[in-house]
Ligand binder design. Structure first.
Ligand SMILES: Nc1ncnc2c1ncn2[C@@H]1O[C@H](COP(=O)(O)OP(=O)(O)OP(=O)(O)O)[C@@H](O)[C@H]1O
Ligand SMILES: [Mg+2]
Length: 254
């Protein structure tokens, strides 16, 4: 069975082929990484998969159903959740409120802060709070339950984003550079969180430049270059692929 199927997908921005004739599948229960140099089309691919962008050509099937014409909130309801390359944290809220927002991310972002202040939705929703606290423990943020988001270190905020994405109870979790800007110790902590997420039954799509992370935890790796598939396979296959070594890894990481 296939959870996500991408068929001949292309996205053009005024002459730039950000994603070009790309086909691949993602099987459930795996950690599937997407790597490639800056500008290779990784974030564009996430935006196509999650319904932020409309493909120029091609098709995406999630759970065997086309995503064509579906808005991000509709795909979120069907079980897709993501984090962003640039932090998308509500800094005027506490950490746990940010996670609670994740349950409602299919709603218009502009209304979320006021919505969370309504009695009956946030403050008295003991179940939502308990589930969110559980997710914060899951990502190792138990020390920050009632911390203000704007007082938290960057590394903790990267994990908070993962907890918030999980609050939507996704089948497919797309992580766009979860280790960006983290030191080696913090990156290994993110590794552990991602492996735990996959073990919990959530399929993970990981975009990351940290090759130690990618090679260490991926079941499958797709290599993009100028929007096209350069190679794919297991970490060992990708690491030993001459085209990948020449074009991307440059021999230094192989
Ligand atoms: N909204 C947009 N409008 C115009 N061009 C865009 C847009 N989004 C992306 N691009 C272009 O598409 C190409 C792919 O960009 P994308 O952000 O997907 O790369 P990436 O692989 O995520 O890179 P990075 O590793 O730096 O995050 C780049 O040339 C980029 O400038
Ligand atoms: Mg990107």
């Amino acid at each position: 069975m296939t959870l996500l199927r991408v068929e001949n997908l292309s996205k053009e921005f005024g002459g730039i082929h950000a994603v070009s004739e790309l086909s691949f599948v993602i099987n459930p229960g795996t950690i599937h990484s997407i790597i490639g140099p800056n500008g290779a089309g990784k974030t564009t691919l996430f935006n196509l998969i999650t319904g932020v962008y409309t493909p120029s050509l091609g098709a995406i099937l999630f759970d065997d159903k086309s995503t064509a014409g579906k808005a991000p909130y509709e795909l979120a309801k069907r079980g897709m959740s993501r984090t962003f390359q640039n932090l998308q944290i509500f800094f005027n809220m506490t950490a746990i409120e940010n996670v609670m927002v994740g349950r409602h991310l299919h709603l218009d972002r502009r209304f979320l802060p006021s919505l969370l202040r309504l009695p009956g939705i946030a403050k008295s929703d003991a179940l939502a709070r308990e589930k969110s606290a559980e997710l914060m423990r899951f990502v190792g943020l138990e020390a920050y339950l009632d911390a203000d988001a704007d007082a938290m270190p960057y590394g903790a905020l990267k994990r908070l984003e993962i907890a918030r994405a999980l609050a939507a109870e996704p089948k497919l979790l797309l992580l766009d550079e979860p280790a960006a800007g983290l030191n080696a110790t913090e990156s290994r902590e993110i590794d552990e969180v991602i492996v735990k997420v996959a073990q919990s039954g959530v399929t993970v799509v990981l975009v990351e430049h940290d090759m130690k992370m990618v090679m260490g935890i991926s079941d499958h790796i797709l290599v993009l270059d100028y929007g096209k598939k350069l190679a794919e396979g297991t970490p060992a296959e990708v690491r030993n692929n001459p085209a990948v070594v020449a074009a991307y890894l440059g021999g230094a990481h192989a």
